[in-house]
Design a protein around this ligand. Structure first.
Ligand code: MHF
Ligand code: KIV
Ligand code: MG
Length: 323
């Protein structure tokens, strides 16, 4: 429990280190984790899921509590998306999000996750300037953020970068089609690959990143038939968002899935809960009860001298719990 509270990312994934460290981690897995915790989803497992025709469920997560909820709900992959700039930070685009911010959120998600593979989304300008910068920043997501893989946007022009990052043992999820970090070049969050030439470009992009060694490819905002062609053309799983019904998996922003983004309802979003409306209604009841004096009631209050039933040390009213 203590190591979970501290959230050391090195306990959560493969990490280069001494043989002693590796053995210690292995023993910990054997003695403590494997009996109760489900096996961690791995990159090779995701590739096998495509060959078995099993669909892959990906959801974005930005903090430990959501990560725990989504992990227990069975998500195969938790993507710490740079969409956090829009849903957590309140920005209009993802462009201002920094590597330090992404790593902070990755660490929180890593602490809340037992089974899902954790993918860190590389933010704008953290991998475009040079392959060296891409390597250094990708490495930080694993070493400091506790992520198991990184994602980056771009097709053919990013293939050499993806190949280099993959070559040092960092799994890369690619992302083609509607790439939100290119919002200004696209003139908005616009569906891509609609014309014949543009469809060919997106298909070339997907082929290039798969050939470069990406373990999966996010297809965002493209027509159903194009996503179907791409899914058939490449061996690695396609993960769709606004890309129709034929992809090998799906990804959705958790805030959209849970109904926390009341002002944003793109066509590809399905809401499985209405947490914004529920949370607002709960807040209204709380505010009303504070104003009327209905909350707090006696059962929410502490006495001056707690009755001692035994000589056992008193439990603190609140503090670290082993639950
Ligand atoms: N909350 C949230 N959900 C997301 O899916 C998401 C983010 N934020 N932030 C980063 C990007 C931005 N995304 C978006 C945002 C809006 C549309 C949108 O309004 N699309 C129109 C289609 C426009 C067209 O016709 O070309 C739509 O109606 O779906 C699409 C993707 C996807 N990502
Ligand atoms: C929507 C997914 C694919 C993403 O890139 C994000 O959440 O940032
Ligand atoms: Mg993103």
């Amino acid at each position: 429990m203590l190591d979970r509270a501290l959230g050391e990312p090195e306990r959560r994934g493969p990490r280069i280190g001494s043989a002693a460290t590796t053995n210690a981690n292995r023993n910990m897995t054997t003695d403590r984790a494997s009996a109760r915790a489900p096996a961690r989803v791995t990159v090779p497992e995701l590739r096998r899921m495509k060959t078995r025709g099993e669909r892959i469920a990906v959801i974005t997560a930005y903090d430990a509590t959501f990560a725990r909820m989504l992990d227990e709900g069975g998500a195969d992959v938790l993507l710490v998306g740079d969409s956090l700039g829009m849903v957590v930070q309140g920005l209009d685009t993802t462009l201002p999000v920094t590597v330090d911010e992404m790593i902070y959120h990755c660490r929180a998600v890593a602490r809340g996750t037992k089974r899902a593979l954790i993918v860190g989304d590389m933010p704008f300008m953290s991998y475009q300037v040079s392959i060296e910068e891409a390597l250094r920043n990708a490495g930080r997501f694993l070493a400091e953020g506790g992520a198991h893989a990184v994602k980056l946007e771009g097709g053919e022009p990013m293939a050499a970068t993806i190949a280099r990052v993959v070559s040092v043992g960092i799994p890369v999820m690619a992302h083609v089609g509607l790439t939100p970090q290119s919002v200004h070049a696209m003139g908005g969050f616009k569906v891509q690959g609609r014309g014949e030439d543009d469809a060919e470009r997106v298909l070339r992009d997907a082929r290039a990143v798969a050939d470069a060694g990406a373990f999966a490819v996010v297809l965002e905002g493209i027509p159903t038939e194009l996503a179907q062609r791409i899914t058939a053309a490449i061996d690695v799983p396609t993960i769709g968002i606004g890309a129709g019904v034929h992809c090998d998996g799906q990804v959705l922003v958790s805030y959209d899935l849970l109904g926390l983004t009341p002002d944003l309802k793109p066509k590809f979003v399905k809401r499985y809960a209405e947490l914004f409306a529920d949370g607002r209604a709960a807040t209204e009841r709380y505010v009303e009860e504070v104003r009327s004096g209905a909350f707090p009631a006696p059962e929410h209050s502490f006495g001056a001298a707690p009755a001692k039933k035994s000589d056992a040390p008193e439990k603190p009213a609140y503090g670290p719990s082993d639950a």
